[in-house]
Design a protein around this ligand. Structure first.
Ligand code: ATP
Ligand code: MG
Length: 228
């Protein structure tokens, strides 16, 4: 089985929620799922949510090889905290997790062009990490106005880097969608040739029910096809 990288069109689009929902959906099919957030900035919320959803019990040194204090781009956090980022450390942690689990769901930081190591035009971006890990990638996108532009830009960059874009997952689809929200998924598919794998609703409940509701909207068969 293959692992999966979850990126997004922006920060706060729902990468953690989608990655956790995929992990939970796969777990319910008796697949042993590991999770990873290679570069976390600004608190442990993401990793805690991912670990809870997947049931994985791996040590944090593998799940979150880099954990920065402030909610800022990894390259800046690394510079301000004087912790140089070594990509080999991330790759080794990923390999260790991949050896233990059937699948590892890896959540990126921010969007696909977020800098990990800043070196001018030769900077190492999230997209470079996806290429090195060689993982099929899902793009989490917002439902509303503006998402066509952000999603097409993300797909365009991913394709230029040679990334296998498995599909888009639209997150936060409201009960009463606007005109744009009703049409965005079909337009993204038409304009990009990339499938929209699932449309996850905006869920307005807290606690365990939250993830349950999101998971029920994940098209697990389509996710299975990507990782098979
Ligand atoms: N479908 C949804 N319904 C309701 N709230 C949601 C949904 N998806 C995400 N959220 C909320 O939106 C916020 C951002 O989501 P999330 O943390 O998953 O984004 P992210 O892309 O992982 O952000 P980051 O770039 O910080 O990793 C969270 O508070 C989350 O609970
Ligand atoms: Mg997140």
């Amino acid at each position: 089985m293959k692992s999966l990288f979850v990126t997004g069109t922006d920060t706060s689009v729902g990468k953690t929620v989608v990655a956790a929902a995929i992990a939970s959906a796969l777990k319910s099919r008796d697949i042993d799922v590991g999770v990873m957030k290679p570069l976390q900035s600004g608190g442990d919320e993401d990793v805690n949510f991912l670990l809870k959803a997947s049931g994985a019990k791996d040590e944090l040194s593998l799940v979150v090889p880099y954990n920065f204090k402030d909610p800022i781009a990894p390259s800046l956090a690394a510079r301000l905290e004087s912790v140089p980022i070594d990509i080999e450390k991330i790759k080794d942690a990923y390999s260790a997790l991949a050896a233990r689990h059937d699948v590892v769901i890896v959540e990126g930081s921010g969007g696909i062009m977020v800098p990990i190591i800043e070196k001018g035009l030769d900077s190492y971006l999230v997209s470079n990490l996806i290429v090195e890990l060689s993982l099929p990638t899902v793009i989490v996108a917002r439902a509303g106005l503006g998402t066509i532009n952000h999603t097409l830009l993300t797909i365009d960059h991913a394709k230029k880097k040679g990334i296998d874009v498995a599909g888009v997952i639209i997150n936060g689809y409201p009960d009463e969608p606007s005109l744009a929200e009703k049409h965005n998924a079909a337009m993204i598919e038409n304009l990009s040739g990339i499938p929209v794998l699932s449309i996850l609703p905006f869920v307005n409940v807290a606690g365990a029910k939250f993830l349950e509701k999101v998971v029920s909207a994940v098209d697990v068969d389509r996710v299975m096809k990507i990782i098979d």
